[in-house]
Ligand binder design. Structure first.
Ligand code: HEM
Length: 491
């Protein structure tokens, strides 16, 4: 879809940096130039920060008070207070270095890749999911269900999802003869029940003193007094939504990282050399990041070259407006076409090719110093605009540095050789699904340990981290049991 919008941009945008079209009766302003996006969604954010309705999700904007999906909400009171809470929790998690969770999960992933390399696409998503499930409920075993739940919502909200998102009148058929509405009710109810179960379970563990820190505990301890949330239902949704939204968003650039590295072995070699030299042979940490500009440049270039939300996310106008002489009616959707921004040849010369040097060498329009700080993915156009800008930028950057750094430290990423023909199997560059957050179609590749010593070290690191995690969980539970015992004898 983004390619069609981009093709039309080349025909109709001209020098304006935008064009109008209509999809299923809704006027859409497709923005193809960053300056226009800035003008409309940052400078005029006051009335351009609403969301369009997603027809196949009940009350997607929370107009009727459902309070369920923060990123889809209209610009209303629920959105404002949930955005505040989400921002505060993600900032605190980043300040606490995610309690070591990212390192733990990156090590688990390396060990899984060593044991079962062919299953890399699923273990990659599972790593992203385990990070979010631990931050949210301190429970990595929830990851499989959480990923399924996130997939259900992502599919339901995407134009390429249920047919009712495109043939909208079908959605309005009575529920008894409407399979799409019944399926969505089932999906919705299961997701809500699961979110609520998680909150209730957290509360029960807190009473027993068994719940370690996580977002759900943070809310139950203090948030219900400070945040203005209406109660358990809303809390279970906002906390559940944080877990869901960090899975496919982060898994996208990670998958495309594999593709970038397989196709550009010279850059892979430079990243590995930088890590080996700057981290003294150790797996990189976030403290090392200022000394790893090539790693950061390759991550950023991967996100520019293969963005995983290529259409951008639409805003909706809340008031009539006139922009550069054009009348824009209230209700017009503004689509910031990220693919177009990231292929602007003035800002990104040679836009179709993977050129990390554009972030590293003076002379390129995007070069910025100091290299201890730049390149950074924060504030990329891919994270959206103005009042609705993504809240997960720091988390994404940190997780990509940890995970891509760990991969480069441990493996040579290579094409897979077909044993029958002796020829490398292709790793396609442009095959993906077309949901709102895209991911590459399944492909095969090889994860070759860089040496036997590196392999053994990766396995040892995971064993050590796993043993520490188990010990810490056991000691925490022990302390709670001792306190309970003491209480019982005192009573
Ligand atoms: C590569 C990774 C990611 C990309 C490309 C991305 C992109 C986006 C985009 C385009 C938006 C809409 C912005 C707009 O409407 O102008 C958004 C919103 C949002 N993102 Fe992200 N995101 C990523 C990762 C994350 C992560 C890891 C989290 C949290 C764990 C997160 C949390 C959110 C939330 C809560 C919103 C809703 C903000 C609102 O509607 O006010 N994102 N993201």
């Amino acid at each position: 879809m983004w390619l069609k919008f981009y093709e039309w941009a080349n025909k109709y945008s001209g020098l304006n940096g935008f064009y109008m079209t209509e999809i299923l009766g809704s006027p859409i302003l497709v923005v193809t130039d960053e300056a226009v996006a800035e003008e409309l969604m940052v400078k005029r954010a006051r009335y351009n920060s609403d969301r369009p309705t997603i027809i196949s999700i009940f009350d997607s904007k929370s107009t009727d008070g459902s309070m369920e999906y923060l990123p889809l909400m209209g610009k209303n009171q629920y959105w404002a207070r949930q955005r505040r809470l989400t921002h505060a929790y993600l900032t605190e998690a980043s300040n606490a270095h995610y309690h070591g969770i990212m390192y733990h999960e990156a090590k688990r992933w390396l060990a899984r890749l060593l044991e079962d390399p062919d299953n890399f696409q699923s273990s990659l998503e599972d790593m992203a999911s385990k990070v979010m499930c631990q931050l949210t409920w301190d429970d990595p075993s929830l990851s499989e269900y959480c990923t399924k739940s996130a997939w259900g919502l992502l599919t339901q909200m995407s134009p390429a999802g249920p047919i009712t998102n495109v043939l909208t009148p079908l959605w309005h058929l009575p529920e008894v003869i409407n399979p799409w509405k019944r399926a969505e009710r089932k999906r919705h109810d299961e997701q809500q029940n699961w979110w609520m179960e998680r909150l209730v379970h957290t509360r029960a563990k807190m009473i027993l003193g068994l719940q370690r820190p996580c977002f759900a505990r943070q809310y139950l301890e203090k948030g219900h007094k400070r945040s203005n949330l209406s109660g358990d239902y809303e809390a279970s949704c906002v906390v559940g939504m944080i877990a869901l939204v960090g899975i496919f968003t982060v898994a996208g650039p990670l998958s495309y990282w594999l593709i970038s590295m397989v196709h550009h072995p010279q850059w892979q070699g430079r990243v590995q050399k930088e890590i080996d030299e700057e981290c003294n042979g150790q797996m990189p940490t976030l403290e090392d990041a200022p000394r790893l500009p090539i790693l950061r440049a390759c991550i950023k270039e991967t996100m520019r070259w293969r963005p995983n939300v290529p259409t951008g996310v639409a805003h909706e106008m809340e008031a009539d407006d006139v922009y550069r002489g054009y009348f824009l009616a209230k209700g017009t959707r503004i689509l910031p076409l990220d693919w177009a921004f990231l292929r602007n040849p003035m800002k990104y010369p040679d836009p179709d090719n993977f050129r990390p040097e554009r972030w590293l060498e003076p002379g390129w329009p995007t070069y910025q110093e100091p290299l201890t700080q730049f390149p950074t993915i924060k504030s990329m156009t891919s994270f959206g605009w103005g009042q609705r800008q993504c809240l997960g930028q720091t988390l994404t950057q940190d997780e990509l540095i940890v995970a891509c750094g760990a991969l480069s430290w441990c493996f040579n990423l290579k094409p897979k050789r077909d044993l029958a023909t002796g020829v490398d199997m292709p790793v396609p560059l442009d095959k993906s699904n077309s949901l709102l957050i895209i991911k590459p179609d399944p492909f095969q590749m090889t994860f070759e340990p860089r040496s036997e010593a590196r392999k053994q070290e990766a396995l040892r690191l995971w064993e050590e981290s796993d043993a520490r995690d188990k010990r810490e969980r056991y000691e925490f539970a022990q302390k709670a049991t001792i306190t309970l015992e003491k209480l019982r004898t005192e009573i």
